[in-house]
Design a protein around this ligand. Structure first.
Ligand code: FE
Length: 145
């Protein structure tokens, strides 16, 4: 699903395989390297992506899928641990992608299929743990700091 190189201590450059789903591949990488606290950034090209919007008034999620070729102009996210599952990396990723007409769409990333390439940098906050808890006021899994 990916190739990677450790370019500095606990800092990895990844090239994801064409046609893989970004969150799935990144989750696999975090499991392989046992990364449960860190950050990720990247760019690439995708042909299908689903974004999520949380309406703060209703606390309802609105998901939308875009099926078209797009450039990832920015992907940024963090890695922590699931509240109820300490061995599953919890990815929180936001993305902006540009279309053929150069307009952009973006949001909270649920899934994105690569069509071309996807290059990521992952920084592992080595030996740190970052857990989350569910906050009923916002409806979000927030950092437990
Ligand atoms: Fe989000």
């Amino acid at each position: 699903m990916y190739k990677y190189k450790e370019v500095a201590d606990f800092t990895y450059v990844l090239s994801l395989d064409n046609h893989v789903e970004i969150c799935e591949a990144l989750s696999e990488f975090c499991k392989e390297k046992e990364i449960y606290a860190g950050v990720v950034n990247g760019l690439g090209a995708i042909c299908e992506a689903t974004f999520r919007f949380l309406d703060p008034a209703t606390k309802q999620y609105v998901d939308k899928t875009f099926s078209e070729q797009m450039e990832i102009t920015n992907l940024t996210g963090n890695i922590s641990r699931k509240p109820d599952d300490p061995h599953t990396p919890y990815l929180h990723i936001h993305i902006t992608a540009s279309r053929r007409d150069y307009s952009c769409v973006g949001g909270h990333l649920l899934r994105a299929r690569i069509n071309g390439a996807c290059e990521l940098v992952v920084q592992d906050f080595w030996e740190a743990t970052l857990d989350r808890y569910f906050d009923p006021q916002t409806g979000l899994n927030l950092y437990k700091l």
